[in-house]
Design a protein around this ligand. Sequence first.
Ligand code: NAP
Length: 651
Amino acid sequence: MSVTDRPAGPGRLAGASDELIAAAVDQAALGALLPALAHVTGDRGLVPVHLRPNPDDFMDPQGGLSPEQLDEARTLAAAALRGLRDGVRTRVAEPPVDDEPLRPLAAHIVGDAHVDAYLPLLLEELAPEGVDRRAPGWHKDEVAPGTDFRVGIVGAGMSGLLAAHRLRQVGVEVVVFEKNHEVGGTWFDNTYPGCRVDVPNHLYSYSFAHTTWPQHFSDQATLLDYFRDFATDTGVRDHVRFGTEVLGATWSDDTRTWTVDVRATGGDEDAAVETVEVNALVSAVGQLNRPHLPELPGIEDFAGPWFHSARWDHTVDLTGKRVAVVGTGASAAQFIPAVAEQAAHLVVFQRTPNWLAPTPDYHDDVEPETAWLQAALPEYADWYRLWLFWRMHEGLTSAAVVDPEWDQSATGSVSLLNEMVRLGLVEYLEEQFAGHPDLLEQVVPTYPPIAKRIVRDNGIWARTLTADHVHLVTDAVEAVTPTGVRAGGVEHDVDVIVYGTGFTASEFLAPMHLTGRGGVDLHEQWDGDARAYLGLTVPRFPNLFLLYGPNTNIVINGSIIFFSECEVRYLTECVHLLLSEGHRALDCRPQVHEAFGRRVDEANATMAWGASSVNSWYKNARGRVSQNWPFPLLEYWQLTQAPDPADYELT
Ligand code: NAP
């Protein structure tokens, strides 16, 4: 699992036939394979400028290389691989002492215009030679020997595990409270059929814990295994208190500590509450943690089984049943096709259609030849990650930026680029629903692309909705009756109802009660509009850090793990600031917090997700975009390198 767990040394290519090499090269992303080979051999001739992909062509899987360029690149790559196999070429014996040799290799992917600004970030993502470049560069024993400092972490999902690992690396004691009996967070809770990651897996993984992924977009069980293994391999598992729910926490200005109230999960009101004292508290509860059920009249009266997608009831056999699904978001789009395979009759209640991103390999295993290449040449997997990182990051959001001169009333798009994307996506829907004009009318969104999350599709959505036993209803759901769902005045009798209706995303940290300085309650201070400086810190709540907090979500550009790694670096550097300077607490200055909030709001208003009035979980009850980060990822990375002491009141 870790980057150091690689097949040993030279000879990994030994025995590979020319045919295997050719087949693997045929399938490879050449924009990643050539830099990987240049990295391994030290031969910069393997990344000639005339074979560089277009760093801004995110649509073409090979970055816009022409057939001739592809031929030449493949010939070059296959010859280099054969050369390595035959010992004609050799691996560079020592890792480079500085990053300069890697610059032209990174430029091969991102172009000369971007490489200077991005190189350090890119090399962290690449983790060349298996080096974890985001590992903290300090240890408590050196900066504050003998000082006790304990951090409580709420949640053992992706970000909580990461925080615990990093803090343990610097010698800080951690205790992780997890309400479930296993780690994994969202990958533990969501067991609905068809659940899989919708970010390519080679990117959706910790930068320092690459692994071999069996699928391009792995399923829930594979992801859960990854996080389980991570918890075990890093030793973090031993510091998790499973089955423990955090009810709240109170800050004391006298002791400069948080007193955390915990109770066994599911315990009744009278069950004993235990208190645990920590110096800092980290919320790693995620944004998509607590299921949202719609406030529909009669929802409790339905006579048959009903449940939410994140609490899937596997005791209910859907085979041959009449099933209703309410909601068609990213979760429902994954489980509706699986339910359709079992149900005798399926009614899908859609309020807002999705834009679909054509993703032919969405459900596919990694091809055997590609899997072989990634194992035989792990640097290819590394550079492939970087390739994905670049192609899925900054560039994509340019299509979400609102052009104030653009006439939005015509098609709903927000700029010429957004309109071009829209036309491409409409074309895809037209292809998919050819011969079904009524359905097509129902599934083409009227809001701009990137105002909501775009759902990946390999053709399964149209195959499902056009099946004879599947019925799409776009009338508003009015009520649930004992026998089914009423929409548009029509009763749809069913045996089972599944709600794919999302999460109470903008109710950050609910239902925990946090009491900060002077007895202030966090939820009262927020008053329904959660905000945090950098998504991380809140004035009057010293030493409280939120991971995946307000305004740190991304709509289409990349992996949320990138954000967590930035946040956790900031957290560990805050702890460093406290320990190295002998402080006990840091409290974000209100004016810093407010100025940040204003900037974020102004920027979100200029993005498709802020400008559009379409329903989305990105906005809170006040209509503010409380979830999304509107700036480049590079900026978040820069801002979270370390805290600026001037931003905090240090005590
Ligand atoms: P969601 O995007 O909030 O979707 C909820 C769905 O329920 C929407 O279709 C919504 O309609 C509908 N809905 C809510 N209340 C309704 C009502 N009263 N009547 C009718 N329909 C109603 O939630 P989600 O699908 O669980 O996805 C949430 C996020 O989780 C995603 O955006 C994504 O970031 C993440 N996710 C990721 C993956 C992955 O990586 N594999 C998978 C699933 C989810 P409206 O659109 O009109 O509000």
